[in-house]
Design a binder for this molecule. Sequence first.
Ligand code: BES
Ligand code: ZN
Ligand code: ZN
Length: 497
Amino acid sequence: MDIKLLVGKCSDVDTVVIPVFQDEEEVNTCEGTAAVIKNFRNKELFIGNNGEIFFFTKESENTIKNIILVGLGKKNEIDMEKIRISYSKVLKKIKELKVEKAVIKFFEIEELCKGKTLKAITEGIILGNYKFDKYKSGEKKETLKEIIISNIPKDKKEKLEEKLQEALVLAETTLLARNLVNEPANVIYPETLAEEAKKAGIKYGFDVEVFDEAKIKNLGMDAFLSVAKASANPPRFIVMRYFGDSENKEDILGLVGKGLTYDSGGYSLKSNDGMVTMKCDMGGSAAVIGAISAIAKQKLNTNVIAVVAACENLIAGNGYKPGDIIGSMAGKSIEVLNTDAEGRLTLVDAVHYVIDKEKATKIVDIATLTGAVLGALGNTTTGVVTNNDEFYGELIEASKLSGEKFWQLPAFDEYKELIKSDVADLKNVGGKYAGTVTAGLFIGEFVQGKPWLHLDIAGTAWADGEKNYLSKGGTGAGVRTLYYLAKGHKSCGCKVK
Ligand code: BES
Ligand code: ZN
Ligand code: ZN
């Protein structure tokens, strides 16, 4: 159930969350708990270490107050991610208490600006509250309805409420992406993904156009259609447009999301284990739908066009096969060595389209592209391949605000040699090693020298279990970073990430 999060006063609420820094000598509380906290600290029951949660009750005027202490570690070591994680733990503790309302005391420290603090608290709570359980029958008892953030400085209330709204939009659109990934492939297939994009367009304020198979054929997207053709569910090409900067109409950020609503591997069939989570193979498209939703809702002063080549990679008599040589919208021929390396085939037509037809000047593609990225970076960090260090720098600045982790992989010319084919212009697999780099560089062959970032989220789009503010399943990876990337970095001047 959704929790309402608002700025307000702590009157008549019996559950109170108090932040405690490890190096804060006296904790100031109006609940008369300062002495009790001091006592706990003396006994080392609770000292305020980062991530520590301590619960006790206190009797006051005929009622019992629930007090939750949240440890935030040392002031000069705080960052937004620690706050997100700590407050997702707070949320879980509040839920255990089965109360309807709780108050969270805001905190101000010199090291971190108030806006970032409030955003991180909000994200920790809303993202931490998410669980995909709509298909489970039986009553879902959720008691918690409202969380009030109190002690917001009066003179900053308006500005901070704006920050709260921005954080709520980012959390909501991240959850939109999680839902799209978590819906199974019998519910989300190309046509329904396009419908969801349309719904988001209406709700958040951007334009959506959907191309059917005939139009896709007319555009010459041979690579995309080769992947799509073995499915009874026809492909869809989704174009989402948001123009918020009329003074710089020519500057267009093109977002391209991998939209394999299911990836069986095709004739290069995956194992059953490899296939069970492959509804997540549209995680890139979920990220761009989520991001453009947030960008439009916040009316950012920028122009963004997001595209998704949505299809399923299945098997049928007319399916594409290892050994086939196929074309592409850009006119390059491609030798197919493995039908499971299908994502790059759909992406290159989408990248070519967004540059050629929509006139995008900068490109970001985001895709659950290679298992190899899990080998290289695990499931915490998104792998990046780029042709532009400055653009990469902007991504890193954006990631400091979102808390998502990115790491650049090498893109030397030697790797480009690996995707040259003997019989066609390119081949879709670059050999046994450096699979994430060669997959990225394959897409790089279609960006026409434009500044480009390739984000491989195969490790980060899906969580195998609950961790901090992630729940099992889709994570919404990329939504918030793409939002901040589109927004552009404006330093608020505070020292901390
Ligand atoms: N969708 C997969 C990549 C993937 C793997 C996503 C694990 C999420 C989790 C992609 O289409 C794929 O199958 N890639 C192959 C490429 C190989 C055949 C060159 C892979 O990584 O094995
Ligand atoms: Zn595949
Ligand atoms: Zn795939």
